[in-house]
Write a new protein. Structure first.
Length: 269
């Protein structure tokens, strides 16, 4: 836990820069998946305009989107709009390495999964996974565009990618429907395979989400954040006291009268 939201953003940015450069040294590229929202937007602004964070190897970075609502790309609710405003228009990412989700297409989920498999497939087996995933948590325990009780729709195309003799392939991206609307999202099997998963939770609006995240009895269907459990990677939370208000007791202010009556020179037994 950090002292304030700015410190949470600072630590997350520091870890992201370090991880990006380590991955480029090891693999030659860096596969980064980002989320939308107000708090991630603050991180992206920091990455682009703070001198100490300008060492991200953007030209070696493949930028992916964790989720995208089925809205136009210029809609204020679009993840693309948030990421593109701060990073796409300023970072030196080659256009072919910038991978938005065209969520309005009927085959958006299948198309995105194919693209992910193609690009990650260039790496050797075991390293063909996302390097860094940034998530947030909603008040109701939703994450990665997955709302509580939202059911992923089955792929419109064959799960064996057109070969009926091939074994079934686990679905990695899906369209989901919820009262909030339709979303195309990366699914837990893809997220949990990542090398590093960062969850940003800053501000009082996310307090309920943290309660659900640490509840061992919470059903991952009712609280999708409970499904985020990296299998061979690192999971790290970046939180502040306001987001922890419902899970940590608040220390009462000291009684000024008690201080006045206290021994000014207490002895240690």
């Amino acid at each position: 836990m950090t002292a304030d939201p700015d410190e949470a953003i600072e630590r997350l940015a520091t870890d992201l820069v370090e991880h990006a450069n380590n991955c480029v040294r090891m693999f030659g590229d860096f596969h980064l998946a980002l989320s939308g929202g107000e708090e991630p937007g603050r991180l992206y602004r920091r990455l682009m305009f703070a001198p100490e964070f300008r060492w991200i190897p953007w030209r070696r970075t493949h930028l992916w989107f964790v989720a995208e609502r089925v809205v136009s790309l210029d809609d204020p609710a679009s993840t693309f709009r948030v990421v593109n405003d701060f990073i796409g228009d300023h970072a030196d990412i080659p256009p072919e390495q910038f991978h938005p989700i065209f969520a309005g297409s009927p085959t958006a989920a299948e198309d995105y999964e194919v693209r992910l498999r193609e690009h990650l497939g260039w790496r050797e087996k075991g390293q063909d996974r996302l390097d860094f995933v940034l998530l947030t948590v909603d008040e109701d325990g939703g994450t990665a565009g997955l709302a509580p009780h939202a059911r992923p729709m089955p792929a419109a195309t064959s799960s064996s990618h057109g070969d009926p003799a091939a074994p079934p392939v686990e679905q990695l991206v899906a369209r989901t429907e919820s009262p909030a609307g339709a979303t195309v999202s990366m699914l837990p099997p893809l997220l949990n395979a990542a090398r590093f998963v960062a969850i940003l939770a800053a501000g009082p609006a996310l307090a309920g989400g943290l309660v659900r995240a640490i509840d061992p009895d919470a059903d991952p269907v009712a609280a999708p954040i409970r499904a985020i459990r990296p299998q061979a990677g690192e999971l790290k939370w970046y939180v502040d006291p306001l987001a922890c208000r419902d899970i940590m007791p608040v220390e009462p202010d000291p009684d000024p009268d008690a201080d006045a009556d206290a021994d000014p020179d207490p002895k240690v037994a």
